[in-house]
Design a protein around this ligand. Structure first.
Ligand SMILES: C[S@@+](CC[C@H](N)C(=O)[O-])C[C@H]1O[C@@H](n2cnc3c(N)ncnc32)[C@H](O)[C@@H]1O
Length: 167
């Protein structure tokens, strides 16, 4: 009986697990910030949300990677060549899937600056350091806003980054 109850509870909770992790990540990031004296976080919800999103993503990442490996994503990424624009590279999960011989250069544009440390580590680990330009919100490339839509950025990305790099 207890066994059935556990099964039932697990099947009820499974669909909302990502949400529970999101609440957990927000709580952990808030507590960590306050413990380190960063009280500004109390009035900067977007910064808290960005930090929490990175923790959430890192915590669940193995599931995303496992799921993606059963889709066409790895083949699609491996087919990329020339100059690549990676909009929203996140933790850099796709970096090991690009073909080092076919991809000449990658521009990664990530609006969530809290991804930067983990992403830079992944860029180095997957040997892209010399051929990767990373732009995160609040630095370089004008002023990327976290809520800027990828398609509205494309003319700027082409004119200011990709075109000069190709000529
Ligand atoms: C689900 S994650 C995917 C990360 C990565 N592309 C991967 O395949 O693992 C979505 C990413 O897109 C970024 N993002 C959200 N809105 C964006 C926007 N308007 N422009 C560019 N990137 C955006 C997020 O910060 C996050 O890094």
């Amino acid at each position: 009986m207890a066994f059935h109850f556990q099964d039932r509870r697990r099947s009820y909770l499974e669909p909302i697990e990502p949400l529970l992790y999101a609440v957990w990540a927000l709580r952990v990031c808030l507590i960590n910030a306050l413990r380190s004296g960063d009280y500004g976080i109390l009035v900067q919800y977007k910064r808290l949300r960005d930090l929490a999103f990175v923790l959430w993503f890192q915590t669940l990442n193995e599931h995303f990677l496992r799921f993606e490996s059963r889709t066409t994503i790895p083949d699609l990424v491996a087919a990329a060549h020339g100059t690549v624009l990676d909009l929203g590279p996140g933790l850099g999960n796709q970096l090991t899937r690009f073909d080092q011989h076919r991809v000449e250069y990658i521009f990664g544009i990530e609006p969530n600056a809290a991804f930067r440390p983990a992403l830079q580590t992944q860029i180095a680990k997957s040997n892209w350091t010399d051929r990767y330009t990373l732009i995160t919100a609040g630095e370089g490339f004008g002023s990327i806003q976290g809520d800027e839509k990828p398609w509205s950025m494309l003319p700027r990305v082409w004119g200011e980054l990709v075109k000069p790099a190709r000529s």
